[in-house]
Structures are given as structure tokens and as C-alpha cells.
Design a protein around this ligand. Structure first.
Ligand SMILES: [Zn+2]
Length: 662
């Protein structure tokens, strides 16, 4: 029933006009009408004030505030409704300090804010501390609790407390609260807690979990690669002990499959969801494809891409095929996929280019690598550190040192900071070229980029000391051979990260007791680099025998070099019986057991064994005198280990090892 305007009081009429203006969004008209009331000395009441505030809306929040002041000045009794309207207006503006100041102001004029006043304040709160404080100021109702738990999403511990506090209190939390809480656990990677809260809710809790609750838990399990738990939850849903699983539920399981490279299981799940008439979407398809890609099943990946009916593959789907191509070194197929992507409307992302670039690196297609890197920029796809490292890797393999330097100089222009891999790849390219005739020009380039290399090498090596330093060692050898030691601090860095750990390992092991039947010396520190390089090997030999190794060939070596090598080759053929396990080789890239240094020491050991085993002992410790070994190149890590093992067996013997730097 509508009120007859003629029967309304002047205040009532004005209020009606203000409300009408508010509905039409004409806040200026509403304000003018209100001022008209004051001019005709009519006293505005709380209803008309509320109508003006409502008309101001979010666009004139400041005006609404000034109105509140005016109302207070005019001694109109401020209603809680007016204040709550103003609060909700400021809440819409998402300005927490405004809403909080408003709350404090309300308290200062002896007004008790109610649950409706706290809702916008909690909604705009960005910190859990503030939310908790606000919640404790009032008696929480259901909406208020839901808003609070949402604002505490980043501090799951607090929302956890809140959840259990509310279970004991009235009103009880509802499904919205449960879901908000579960998604806060999901975001905080607390999958165990999410699952246990869900299971507790299933066992007779007044809060009934729905599909959103299950999917939040499943997503948390999928991201944490908890495949068994995810499967258990989906099977529970399938057995009608919960809501029926949808495509999001299965996608979470497929995501866990991809993370654990369970590609056959992923295909089973894909078939299972189709049998249950749940059609896979692009997310589910991508997760299954990614499981196949990680397992290098490129044919399966390609099959899924081409036969995906009803699903439009996106860049992630293509990237999965590219990943499989990269892992199986299918360079041509990867490039054809790239052209297919360019033809279709699927955009290439940084991940696409990075996979293609590492494919080029594996196949030594450096021309394509540099072309892809420049295409990225022309297509406005920003390259990252992976893009540059892959390109440098391809250039290293192709010994393209000039291109490598220009790519390296390009990095700061696109705000990409180099890391250890960058330096190692760059050094590798330079070291490979240094063996070529243009070595002099390489040396000049090394000097030019010395400060850059030095700046990025130190923090990178310290952070990632576990990365292989083999290439950096080779590069440093190259620098030393060009008398470029001075501009670099790389030597010191390599001493710290390459030499020290190796020496610790070599000194620590109890060589004299070969354990079991192990024919190789297994050690991660030794296995990560093929050699210590010329200058570090010198340091290692100094550590072994307490004096500088000989670098010039001794006279007996010169005589030996003129002899016929065939008996030597025959001699290298096999380990002498019984003593092979005393000097175990280190496998780096290939078997190093037949290296001449080890074989020479083994042959000595075999002769010693004949003498010692005959008298019943197996102790080589009594041998005295001197053994001199000269090597025509820098010793590899395996042969260095053989020297250390030989010395450990003979504490009273002087072992001098010399080598020639090529
Ligand atoms: Zn060797």
C-alpha cells in the first residue's frame, strides 16, 4: 500500500523526494532537498538523514561523512542505522582505516556498534590481528564469522582457532564458513589439516561439507602430490558418501598424477571420469598430458592433443607436448608443434619458448636458439633466466663464443639477472673457443666482460655450491693459460667451492680397506666434476705430498716418450688381479678405470702385493722409498683419487706426481 503524499508531513515529503533522488543516483538533488529542510527551519529526523546518506553512495563518501558531522552538530539524534549506512559505504570503498575510525567515533559518542557495523569493518580488514580484535569486540553471528574467517585466510592458525571456538558457541558455523576455512588451509598448503577437518565434518558434525569443501581438500592434496589421499577422497565421493565428484575433483587427482609422473594412473582416471559421464575440461586434459610428458610419452601426448574432442587445447596443452619432445630429443617435432601453435590462435608463452630453447640446446641447434630468443622479444613474450641459460647452452655446444657474449650482454637490458648456470655456460663457450685459433680474441673478450662475470659469479656460486663446477674449472684453466688470472676472483671462488670439498672427501675416506665388492668409488662431490683443472690439481698434489708437483717433464720422461707405446697399451688392458679394489676409480661421464695413472699405480701395487701376500700380511704400510709418476696432461678427478688412495696405503712412501699443462 502506498502512502498518500498529501497526508505526509513536510519532513515525510522531503524524505520521500530524497529517497527518489537516491534511487535515480542523483545525490546532488538529495543533498539540496535536505538543505532546503534546514532553510525552512524544519528539523530533519534520523530517517531523512539515513536517506541522504544512502543517496550519497560510494561516489560521495566524503560528503556522507560531512553529513554525519552536520547531523551531530544539529543535535539530531543519530541512529545506529545512519552510522551503519555510512560504515557500509566506507566498507564498499575497501578502506579499512576509514571504517575503523568510524567505529571508534561511534563508540566515542556513546553509541554501541552492532554486528552490522562490524561486518564492513571485518570485510575490509587485511590483517588477521585486526580481524581478531574486531571479532572480539562483539557477539559474533554467522555472517560476521564468515566474513572474519575470509579476512583471516592468510593466517590459517587463527581461522583454525576461530573454527573450533565457534563449534562450541552459538550460532554454529555453516558450510560457507567451513569452505572458507578449508580454502584458507588449501592456500597455506595445510593438506593434512584440511583432510582431517573434512573427515571430522563427515562424522556427524552439524556442518555438512559440500562439493566445494571436497574440491578444496582435493586441490590441496593435488598440489602437495598426495595421490593416495586424493584417490581416497574421490573414491569416497564416488561411493555416495559425499557429493558426486565433478571435473574439478578429478583434475586434482590428475594433478597429483602429473606431479608423481604416474601417467598410466592418469589415463585410468581420465577413462574413469568419462565412464561416469564427467567430461574432461582443458585443465583435466592438461594435467593428464603433463603426466605423460614427464614420463617422456610423447606419442601419447600427441595423441591426446589431436583427439581431444570437445576441449580446445590451450598453450599449456601444447607446452606439455613440447616438454615430451624436449625430453625425448624430438627437435623436429617440437618445431612443427611451434609452427602449429603460431598458425592456430594458441599464444606462445615464456614456458613454450623455454622448452623449445632447451630442445635446441639438447640438439645443438644454436642458430634456432638465437632466432627463438629474438622472436620472443618481437612477440612481446619476456624471456627469463631459463630462456637465456638454454640459449647460452646451445651456443656453448656450438662453440659460438661471440654470440654467447652478445646474449650475455643482452640480459641486463631485459632485467634478467644471471646465475651460476649462466656463468658456467658462458665460460664453457669461451673455453671451447679458446682451444681454437681465435684464442687471442677470446682472451680480449674475457677481459672485457670480467667485471660482469665476477659480480654474478660470487653470490651465485655461494648460493648454489652444489651445482657442477666442471665447466667453470675448464674455463678458469683457459683464463690461466692466457695469463688472465689477475682480473678474476674466480680462482678463489673455485678453491672454496671446487677444491675444498674434494680435498675433504679425499682425505676423509679410509682407502686401505676396500669395502665389499664396490668397484667404483661413489661420492657425489667427486662425481660432479671431471677434473680440478691445472691450478687446482697443483694445489691438490701439494696437499698430498707437501711440495709443489713437477710441471716440466723430467729427463726420464723424455726418454720414455721416445719408446714404443704398444707394450704400454697391452699393459693398460686390464686391472692386475687382487689389487684393483684398492685404487677404485670415480665414474664421471664415463668409466675411468683404465686411465694410465691408475694402471701404473696398480701395477706397482700388484708387485708389492706379491711380496706382502706371500708372507701372510696384506699391509703395504712398511714400504719406504719414493715413487715418481709423471703425467702428460692434467690429472682427472679419478686419477687424483687413485693417487690419494695409493698414498693412504703407503704412509712412509714419498709419492711425487708431476704433470704437464697442455
Ligand atoms: Zn684419469
Amino acid at each position: 500500500m502506498r502512502a498518500d503524499p498529501s497526508r505526509l508531513s513536510p519532513i515525510g515529503l522531503a524524505t520521500k523526494t530524497i529517497q527518489g533522488a537516491g534511487r535515480r543516483g542523483q545525490w546532488r538533488e538529495a543533498v539540496t532537498t535536505y538543505h532546503g529542510l534546514q532553510a525552512s527551519r524544519l528539523e530533519a529526523d534520523a530517517v531523512s538523514c539515513g536517506a541522504v546518506l544512502q543517496a550519497c553512495q560510494a561516489s560521495a563518501w566524503k560528503l556522507a561523512c560531512s553529513f554525519l558531522w552536520q547531523i551531530q552538530e544539529a543535535s539530531v539524534e543519530l541512529s545506529l542505522v545512519c552510522c551503519n549506512i555510512a560504515m557500509s559505504l566506507s566498507g564498499q570503498r575497501e578502506s579499512w582505516y576509514r571504517t575503523i575510525s568510524m567505529l571508534i567515533w561511534m563508540c566515542s559518542i556513546a553509541m554501541r556498534p552492532d554486528a552490522q557495523s562490524y561486518t564492513p569493518a571485518l570485510g575490509s580488514s587485511r590483517t588477521w590481528g585486526l580481524s581478531l580484535w574486531l571479532l572480539r569486540q562483539t557477539r559474533p553471528n554467522r555472517i560476521l564469522s564468515n566474513v572474519a574467517v575470509a579476512s583471516m585466510a592468510r593466517a590459517w592458525q587463527w581461522s583454525f582457532d576461530l573454527f573450533y571456538d565457534l563449534q562450541a558457541a552459538r550460532p554454529l558455523p555453516d558450510t560457507i564458513f567451513l569452505n572458507t576455512f578449508l580454502s584458507s588451509l588449501e592456500r597455506s598448503e595445510q593438506w593434512q589439516l584440511a583432510v582431517s577437518v573434512l573427515q571430522a565434518s563427515l562424522k556427524g558434525s552439524p556442518v555438512t561439507p559440500n562439493l566445494v569443501s571436497f574440491n578444496a581438500c582435493l586441490h590441496a592434496c593435488g598440489e602437495a602430490a598426495q595421490l593416495d589421499q586424493a584417490l581416497q577422497l574421490v573414491r569416497c565421493m564416488e561411493a555416495s558418501r559425499g557429493p558426486s565428484p565433478d571435473v574439478i575433483s578429478y583434475s586434482a587427482v590428475l594433478n597429483a598424477c602429473a606431479k608423481l609422473v604416474q601417467w598410466t594412473l592418469a589415463l585410468d582416471e581420465l577413462g574413469r571420469m568419462q565412464r561416469r559421464s564427467v567430461l574432461p575440461d582443458v585443465v583435466a586434459l592438461n594435467a593428464a598430458m603433463s603426466a605423460c610428458a614427464e614420463a617422456v610419452q610423447w606419442e601419447m601426448c600427441l595423441h591426446m592433443l589431436t583427439t581431444s574432442s570437445g576441449v580446445d587445447p590451450d598453450s599449456v596443452s601444447y607446452n606439455a607436448v613440447l616438454k615430451a619432445c624436449e625430453k625425448s630429443a624430438q627437435w623436429a617435432l617440437a618445431m612443427s608443434m611451434y609452427w602449429q601453435m603460431a598458425r592456430s590462435r594458441v599464444g606462445c608463452t615464456t614456458a613454450t619458448y623455454n622448452t623449445l630453447l632447451s630442445c635446441c640446446q639438447r640438439s645443438t641447434k644454436w642458430e634456432h636458439a638465437t632466432l627463438l630468443l629474438s622472436t620472443m622479444l618481437s612477440q612481446h613474450v619476456l624471456p627469463d633466466i631459463i630462456s637465456f641459460n638454454a640459449c647460452l647452452g646451445a651456443l656453448r655446444r656450438g662453440s659460438q663464443w661471440q654470440q654467447a657474449i652478445s646474449v650475455f650482454h643482452w640480459m641486463p637490458h631485459v632485467d634478467v639477472r644471471s646465475d651460476t648456470v649462466t656463468v658456467v655456460e658462458l665460460f664453457g663457450a669461451l673455453a671451447a673457443a679458446a682451444r681454437a685459433p681465435q684464442a687471442r680474441r677470446v682472451a680480449a673478450s674475457l677481459v672485457a666482460c670480467a667485471p660482469l662475470v665476477r659480480d654474478c659469479m660470487q653470490p651465485a656460486l655461494e648460493l648454489e655450491a652444489r651445482r657442477p663446477t666442471g665447466l667453470a674449472v675448464t674455463a678458469c684453466d683457459c683464463l690461466v693459460s692466457h695469463q688472465l688470472r689477475e682480473p678474476f676472483e674466480c680462482q678463489q671462488l673455485l678453491r672454496r667451492h671446487g677444491l675444498r670439498p674434494v680435498l675433504r672427501t679425499l682425505r676423509r675416506a679410509r682407502w686401505s680397506e676396500p669395502s665389499g665388492r664396490a668397484l667404483q668409488l661413489r661420492d657425489p662431490v667427486l662425481e660432479r666434476q671431471h677434473s680440478l683443472g691445472a691450478s687446482l690439481t697443483k694445489d691438490a698434489l701439494l696437499d698430498l705430498e707437501g711440495r709443489e708437483p713437477e710441471l716440466m717433464p723430467p729427463p726420464w720422461m723424455l726418454r720414455a716418450s721416445q719408446a714404443d707405446a704398444s707394450p704400454l697399451l697391452l699393459w693398460l688392458h686390464e686391472d692386475p688381479p687382487k689389487v684393483g679394489a684398492y685404487l677404485r676409480p670415480v665414474q664421471v661421464e664415463h668409466d675411468r678405470s683404465s686411465h694410465a695413472e691408475r694402471q701404473a699405480l696398480l701395477s706397482l701395487l700388484a708387485r708389492e702385493a706379491e711380496a706382502t701376500f706371500r708372507d701372510g700380511s696384506q699391509d703395504f704400510g712398511d714400504f719406504r722409498g719414493a715413487v715418481r709418476l709423471y703425467v702428460t696432461h692434467t690429472l682427472c678427478i679419478s686419477c687424483l683419487a687413485a693417487c690419494y688412495q695409493y698414498k693412504a696405503l703407503h704412509p712412509h712412501l714419498r709419492l711425487s706426481v708431476g704433470f704437464r699443462v697442455l
